[in-house]
Design a binder for this molecule. Structure first.
Ligand code: NAI
Ligand code: MG
Length: 502
């Protein structure tokens, strides 16, 4: 029995299919250990992208709610979280991981419903969230400084302190997993947090903050304020009570966040977009590469910062590879995310229009559309915000489809003759998040890995890695690294102490 077939999942899915909604969803912001109504009383709708229909409301937060949440996080930082020993912090994070697993069915179904994520992918995200808490739980009591040799008359040492209250601005493509990968290391380091989830996917952030409190997290250590980027996100990142911002989202918004944070000299980590190449060399295992490229662009309907959205392929392989890929792409049929279809919807009507605009402009420029290229619907309901799995072929390096992030199920194909050309094409955008390589030549793979401009390189398995492996971008893809022990450093600051002993 796979996770989506579990009786608990089936009961929740049946409820959604029968009523279009779910009962018992969280109401209000989560501040100071409990749910509270928005100060202004305003509510917003959240939608089921598989049907393009609103199914629940949530609190539309503003600067007053942010102020309340930051105040709560500040108090928690100075009092109860500081008094919690590192070992106890670790136990709480371990309990959180166990609770996430115990409640995986509800978390996965809510995520699939709210984000339009295929149910099996949503289960994968719940697993990633649990792993983040498990991994950083083990680090809580291992954050230690150094003693520094000076001379007989001095003692010098460093202490790792929590940086303070941290803001987490979370996007809609991986709501639960992105929140977990930011919150878990922050809590491990002794920080407190205020999370602002995306306005199209507010629900699992609320479920997770409540779950963390049930795992033993003291009130105020993890707060969630829902609402729009302008009404709730902007006052959070510019708040004088915030010491660090982790932002995941678009380049334009990221630049604005950095500027707003600068007014308070607040530290930022930016995880922005990508236009990641998958370099397929002529000597690769073709079946392995086909599977890799297919998942790299069509998983989560291409709405992944690290999606392999460009296929950079050796000319001798090009024609038959693209034909085989197109056949598999056509076999990915749309359906309601909760039925675990081949292809899920995109997250919003706005995102669907953006993707469609990119493809329409490409077609108007004369770009060859091998397959797909249009919005579509779930055949069972005739509804939903879907876009056909699409391949644009034979693109020149300066084509806008190659240069711009589309953030949808649209693969852009670039062909090379010489290996040096592959490298130039791969590195030829403003983004530098991920690069994939498929080849049987071990030395060539590692030579390429050395030269590719990317925060991470995947060899013969796209999306290889996990919470242990640092992740982040270069150039317009942002800066700073999450995940791994490196991810903890964002939340620690060093204090040096030097004393004269004589
Ligand atoms: P966005 O970057 O505007 O939204 C991401 C998050 O930032 C959301 O929680 C939003 O509420 C918040 N936000 C928006 N304005 C803010 C502000 N002034 N201050 C603080 N927080 C703010 O992205 P959007 O509009 O949802 O999507 C546009 C494009 O961004 C997509 O088409 C895609 O290309 C890219 N994107 C990239 C993501 C990634 O994983 N790197 C995730 C989401 C979007
Ligand atoms: Mg939604």
């Amino acid at each position: 029995m796979s996770a989506p077939d579990h009786p608990q999942a089936s009961a929740l899915v049946a409820e959604v299919m029968a009523t279009g909604a779910l009962t018992g969803l969280p109401q209000g912001h989560f501040i100071d250990g409990g749910f509270v109504a928005a100060a202004g009383g305003a509510l917003m709708d959240t939608f089921d992208p598989s049907r393009g229909k609103a199914f629940a409301t949530f609190a539309a937060g503003d600067a007053q709610d942010i102020d309340r949440a930051v105040g709560s996080a500040r108090r928690a930082l100075a009092s109860n979280w500081r008094r919690t020993t590192p070992a106890e912090r670790g136990r709480i994070l371990q309990r959180a991981a166990a609770l996430i697993r115990a409640e995986s069915h509800r978390l996965a179904v809510v995520e699939a419903l709210d984000a339009g994520k295929r149910l099996s992918e949503a289960y994968g995200d719940v697993g990633s969230a649990a792993r983040a808490f498990e991994y950083y739980a083990g680090a809580c009591d291992k954050l230690q400084g150094d003693t520094i040799p000076l001379d007989d008359d001095h003692l010098a040492y460093t202490v790792l302190e929590p940086v303070g209250v941290c803001a987490q601005i979370v996007p809609w493509n991986y709501p639960l997993a992105t929140m977990a990968r930011g919150v878990a290391p922050a809590l491990a380091a002794g920080c407190t947090v205020v999370v602002k989830p995306a306005e199209t996917t507010p629900l699992t952030a609320l479920l997770l903050s409540d779950l963390l409190c049930r795992a033993g997290l003291p009130p105020g250590v993890c707060n969630v304020v829902t609402g729009t980027g302008t009404e709730a996100g902007a006052p959070l990142v510019a708040h004088p009570g915030i010491q660090h911002v982790t932002f995941t989202g678009s380049v334009a918004t990221g630049i604005g966040v950095m500027q707003a944070a600068a007014t308070q000299v607040t530290h930022v980590l930016l995880e922005l977009g990508g236009k990641s190449p998958v370099v397929v060399m002529g000597d690769c295992d073709v079946e392995q590469a086909l599977q890799g490229v297919l998942g790299a662009i069509y998983e989560n309907a291409g709405q992944i910062c690290s999606a392999g959205s460009r296929l950079v392929i050796a000319r001798p392989l090009h024609e038959r590879f693209v034909q085989a890929l197109a056949e598999r792409a056509r076999a990915l049929t749309p359906g309601h995310a909760l039925t675990d279809p081949g292809l899920g919807p995109v997250n919003s009507a706005a995102q669907l229009a953006r993707i469609d605009g990119h493809v329409q402009r490409a077609r108007a420029r004369g770009v060859r559309v091998v397959t797909g290229g249009h919005p579509t619907t779930d055949p069972a309901s005739g509804r939903g915000w879907f876009f056909e799995p699409t391949i644009l072929d034979g693109l020149s390096p300066d084509d806008p489809a190659v240069q711009q992030e589309i953030f949808g199920p649209v693969l852009c194909v670039q062909v090379f003759d010489e290996p040096e050309e592959a490298l130039a094409l791969a590195n030829g955008t403003d983004y530098a998040l991920v690069a994939g390589v498929y080849t049987r030549d071990f030395a060539a793979a590692h030579r390429l890995a050395r030269e590719l401009d990317a925060g991470q390189v995947y060899i013969n398995e796209y999306f290889a890695g996990g919470i242990q492996v640092p992740f982040g971008g270069n150039r317009h893809s942002g800066f700073g690294r999450e995940r791994g022990l490196e991810g903890l450093r964002n939340y620690c600051r060093i204090k040096s102490v030097a004393a004269r002993l004589s």
